[in-house]
Structures are given as C-alpha cells and as structure tokens.
Design a protein around this ligand. Sequence first.
Ligand code: ADP
Ligand code: 5GP
Length: 246
Amino acid sequence: MAGILFIISAPSGSGKSTLVSELRKQVSGVDFAISWTTRAPRGSEENGREYHFTTREDFERRIEAGLFLEHAEVFGNLYGTARQSLDEALDSGHDLMLDIDVQGAEQVRSKIAAAVSIFVLPPNPKVLRTRLRNRSRAEGVVNEAELYRRLAAASREIEKYREYSYILINDVLDRAVAQLEAIVLAERFYRNGEPIAYRSRRVLEVAAACLLTNSQERLKPVLEAFGIDGASGQQQLPFGDDPDDD
Ligand code: ADP
Ligand code: 5GP
C-alpha cells in the first residue's frame, strides 16, 4: 500500500510537536522524519531523536551533495529533511509526517503534489506567547530575544495558511489530537480504501470540517487576533499585544 506524505507546519510554539507525538501514540504506521538542523539542542533534546544536530559546514556539504528533499533557513538556523527519510518510508509503505516550516512546505509541495498539508494555529497571540514562554521555562532557558523573534514571525507564517489542505486550531489539546487523527484516517480511507476501525462516519465528518474550504468560520477570530485580513490573507497590523500582560 502506498504511504501518504503529510506536511505539518505552524508558528513555533503552536504545539505541532506535541500533536504529532500524541498522534503517533494513537495511530500506527506513521513515520516521523527526523530533520537535520544547525541549531543547538534545547533542554532535553537528544541528537538523533528530535533532530540530527550538526554544524553549518556539514549542513552545507549535505546541500551540495543533494541529500535534502528540502531545506530552509529559519530563525537564523538551517533546517532540512533528508531524502533518505522519504525513501525509507516509501520502501516500508508507511506514511511519513514532515514537521517543517512554510518555506519547506512550499518546496515539498512543488515536488510532490500528492502531499497532504496541515497548518496548525494557536487560538491567539497571547496563548502562543504563554506556550513559548512555558516551554522555555520547562527547558530552564528563557531567551527573551529568541522568544520575540518567534512571536514576530508568527503572523507572517500564518499568512500562508491558504496554501494548506487542512487547518487545525490547537486550543484544547485532546480535540486537536482527535482532529489530526481524523485527518490521517480519512486520507487513508479516501486514497487507499483503508477501512476506519471505529466511528468511521464521525471521523470522516471531523476531517472534512478541518478542510481549508470548511474552516473559514473557525479561522475568522484567530486571523483577527493576529491582525490578518481574512479576505486578502495579509497582515493588517503589526504584532500588537503587550509582551508583559500574561
Ligand atoms: P511547536 O512544536 O509547534 O513549536 P510544542 O509542541 O513544543 O510546539 O508546544 C509548545 C508548548 O505548548 C509546549 O510546552 C507544549 O506542552 C504546550 N502545548 C501544546 N499544545 C497545547 C495545548 N493544546 N494546550 C496547552 N499547551 C499546549
Ligand atoms: P524548532 O527550532 O522550534 O524546533 O523549529 C523551528 C521551525 O523549523 C519550525 O517551524 C519547524 O517546523 C521548522 N523545521 C523543523 N525541521 C525542519 C525541516 O527539516 N525543514 C524546514 N524547512 N523546516 C523545519
């Protein structure tokens, strides 16, 4: 059976790593591509588990050797997906999930039109800031400059939401995990005819509600909170929340 390539993107701190890790506990047969990066490991991260950590020189050699399916510079560091991850998933017939930024998603879509892309949004900027800060605290390093860099990038990334097939708003975690699971099961059902083991009709309804075309109402308040014009997809206001009000 042919595996499905899923792309998941979100502003940093929206909760996509958490969602993917919960999904993998619930659904088997989804491999996760471990990206390469030149950024330093955070807190409890281990080389070869969350990322393959490497130097810029080594990363650039890998680009030259054509080892990446896609790569991009994000927050001053290089990140890339090894072609090998895709080859291994194809060989095993497993689905593959790529957690990559909006630039990487664009590159993959242009090469693999059948990829299913999912954009995750936090409910509003204040929640995003709190999550970023809590994560930094949990790791024992609160780097305010890095935090604001990531917050400032959020609206620019959210402007790209229309390029994705599905929209997830990660407010209540259990609900967002159930939606992600429904998307994976529904895509397997439609593409491969794989039966859904339980509550199949409900699963298909949940997935359909997350399609971009069916998400305008849910998206409206989120886009407004980030100062993005729903019609044009462009940012209207600079990132406006008071950094100290949480
Ligand atoms: P990302 O991978 O998008 O950068 P993470 O998965 O690391 O984000 O999540 C950022 C922080 O937010 C983590 O501390 C995580 O535990 C927390 N988090 C994720 N989803 C939720 C949620 N729905 N409600 C509350 N906290 C969440
Ligand atoms: P973080 O440093 O928080 O782990 O990731 C920062 C950003 O880099 C996130 O948006 C994440 O999706 C993105 N990212 C992680 N791996 C890759 C990759 O292999 N390619 C690209 N293009 N982006 C990646």
